[in-house]
Design a protein around this ligand. Structure first.
Ligand code: G6P
Length: 608
């Protein structure tokens, strides 16, 4: 969590930092700060709350200088106060540090530093880094940072400045993302690419343990022992417009509308001319695939719901048992996985701490791990045996939308691949399913073309306090995702249930005040779902149904019907998700919520 930016060059560093931090606010937004090398002093400004508070402070008292570091925080150690906001400084206030990650041994370090006379002024783990660098500094900042980072347990992306080095920033990373944007006569250090795109598309990526000294026209990188290394240089294909709102009111709405493209891109090139599903990322021979007897899916949050969809598809098509677990449970469960298990880790960010820990756990037990992620070069890609990318482009809204449907697209390809490799489905069935899958983006486009019914419906449910989401089969996973979207962005309590389970408890909650959202598209359990709808209606519930175009009967059982084009049941997950994303979006907007940055949440959860 947290976003960091550092700038060295001819521009006013404060401007570049604030613009960069604005593009990283999705990483955290409970406080923010900058430190600028301003002539003979280190000028620090920090504010609690959103970045706008810091921007106002800096507007009121401009800070001049061409070298600086900035931070937007998602608190892990210490409350979101000004004292705990980054940058943190050493005793003499000559060194400033911004940090993303967690220093696990910070308590011991604090004690050690205090005993040797350092005065620590915050409750954070990060401040120990500033004081450690101070204690090791003997004229060379990079050397002091290397020595300091050798003392750290845990994860860090760091940017450090020192008054004695007015022309440079030192950056270091381990287990937290950090890149360097290489400009012309200027360089920018950042947690993520959107912060540098306004200035350059040339990016260097740092490996774990590396330390970089960045000036306006040079980047020198060493490993943790001081041996010079050459970082990989990448050219970023997407431009700044891709990372901005493109005229939409919010990133979330833009990202909902980008789903047809995201799904198409994810499916591109996956069917070979010979009718074979192309998934070389599995890096397994047909014999190795045949030897797999079980699939274990690990994920958190929305990604977990994509895993629940995949369970149905893989079991149905490949006839292999699939278990789906939330990563935070899996890692502490003593799970039964071995070299005949294929573990699939789903994580849009590629940085979720619990999922990464689960991946390590699974590999230690001999399993082959394939990850599905949206972020090239993210942590999970380096820890997995194979990586399947969703090509959804950057997702800035904290609530996942296009990455979710792109994950389902990628998982559908995986399910088809496993079915093909196992010989569990006829080739012509595989080709028909593939054909249908390639039309899913058109189906989503059709749903997005007319959302008037949805907006009217949202207006009627703005003042609800609690709601239930139900479905059967794949519809359960979509109900879970619909409920999660509603609670995370509108703060309305929402709970998802398998429709058949309602009578075992949740139906007791039903009153006129508790609407029920039902995923009721056509499928082999459609009649059963309609019976469950009748049960809740008989008890006074207002019903919103997601149903298939042409199903007029459902109108007798629901106050509102959100129609989606007909698909086979197996392909229904993506189309039925879209109206629920939009329903939550419109309800949240009518309630005045900030849909892109819901309270207490962050896009990438790099803590346990
Ligand atoms: C956070 C995000 C969710 C996301 C979850 C898992 O909670 O707010 O949108 O689903 O993390 O993230 P991952 O990157 O592992 O998919």
């Amino acid at each position: 969590m947290c976003g960091i930016v550092g700038y060295v060059g001819p521009r006013q560093a404060t401007d570049v930092l604030l613009r960069g931090l604005a593009r990283l606010e999705y990483r955290g937004y409970d406080s923010a700060g900058v430190a600028i090398l301003s002539g003979q002093e280190l000028d620090v400004a920090r504010r609690v709350g959103k970045l706008v508070n810091l921007s106002e402070a800096v507007r009121a008292r401009p800070i001049v200088g061409g070298v600086g570091i900035g931070h937007t925080r998602w608190a892990t150690h210490g409350r979101p106060t000004e004292a705990n906001a980054h940058p943190h400084t050493d005793c003499l206030e000559r060194i400033a540090v911004v940090h993303n990650g967690i220093i696990e041994n910070y308590v011991a370090l604090r004690e050690e530093l205090a005993q040797s006379g350092h005065v620590l002024r915050s409750e954070t783990d990060t401040e120990t880094v500033a004081h450690l660098v101070e204690s090791y500094y003997e004229g060379n900042l990079a050397t002091a940072v290397r020595k300091a980072t050798k003392r750290l347990d845990g994860s860090y992306g760091l940017a450090v400045v020192h008054l004695d080095n007015p022309d440079s920033i030192v950056a270091a990373r381990r287990d937290s993302p950090l890149i360097i944007g290489v400009g012309s006569g200027e360089n920018i250090v950042a947690s993520d690419i959107p912060a540098v795109l306004e200035y350059t598309r040339d990016v260097l990526s740092l490996e774990d343990g590396w330390v970089a000294t960045v000036t306006a026209d040079s980047v020198t990188v060493t490993d943790i022992d001081g041996k010079e290394v050459v970082p990989e240089r990448m050219y970023v294909e997407w431009d700044l417009a891709a990372a901005e709102k493109c005229g939409y009111e919010d990133f979330m709405l833009k990202e909902i509308h980008e789903q047809p493209t995201a799904i198409r891109e994810t499916l591109r090139g996956r069917m070979g001319d010979d009718g074979t599903i192309q998934l070389s990322e599995l890096e397994m021979t047909p014999a190795e695939v045949a030897a797999i007897d079980r699939v274990f899916i690990l994920a958190c949050g929305t990604s977990y719901h994509a895993g629940v969809v995949a369970k149905t598809l893989i079991e149905q098509w490949a006839r292999m048992p699939v278990e789906v677990d939330v990563s935070s449970e899996f890692r502490y469960r003593n799970p039964i996985v071995d070299d005949s298990t294929l573990v699939v880790a789903i994580t849009q960010s590629g940085e979720t701490a619990d999922t990464l820990a689960g991946v390590r756990e699974a590999r230690d037990r001999g399993a082959k791990v394939i990850s599905i992620t949206n972020v090239v070069g993210s942590r999970v890609t380096r820890e997995s045996d194979g990586v399947i990318y969703t090509h959804a482009g950057p997702e800035i809204g904290v609530a996942a939308t296009k990455t979710f449907t792109a994950q389902i697209a990628a998982l559908t390809v995986l399910a088809l691949k496993l079915a093909q490799a196992k010989g569990a489905l006829e080739q012509n069935r595989i080709e028909r399913l593939w054909e249908e899958l390639t039309h899913v983006p058109d189906v989503v486009e059709a749903i997005l073309a007319d959302t008037s019914e949805l907006e009217e419906c949202a207006a009627e449910y703005t003042n609800v306090h609690s709601s239930l989401f139900i479905g059967r089969g794949i519809g359960v996973a979509i109900a879970m995702e619909g409920a999660l979207k509603l609670k995370e962005i509108s703060y309305i309590h929402a709970e998802a249930y398998a429709a058949g389970e309602m009578k075992h408890g949740p139906i007791a909650l039903i009153t006129e005040e508790v609407p029920v959202v039902v995923v009721a598209n056509q499928g082999h359990t459609y009649e059963k779902v309609v019976s469950n709808v009748q049960e809740v209606r008989a008890r006074g519930a207002r019903v919103i149904a997601v149903a298939t175009h042409g199903d007029e009967d459902i109108r007798h059982h629901a106050e509102h019907v959100l129609y989606v084009p007909a698909t086979s049941e197996s392909m229904s997950a993506i189309p039925t998700t879209v109206p629920l994303q939009l329903l939550s979006y419109h309800i949240a907007k009518l309630r005045g919520c900030n849909v892109d940055q819901p309270r207490n949440l962050a896009k990438s959860v790099t803590v346990e």
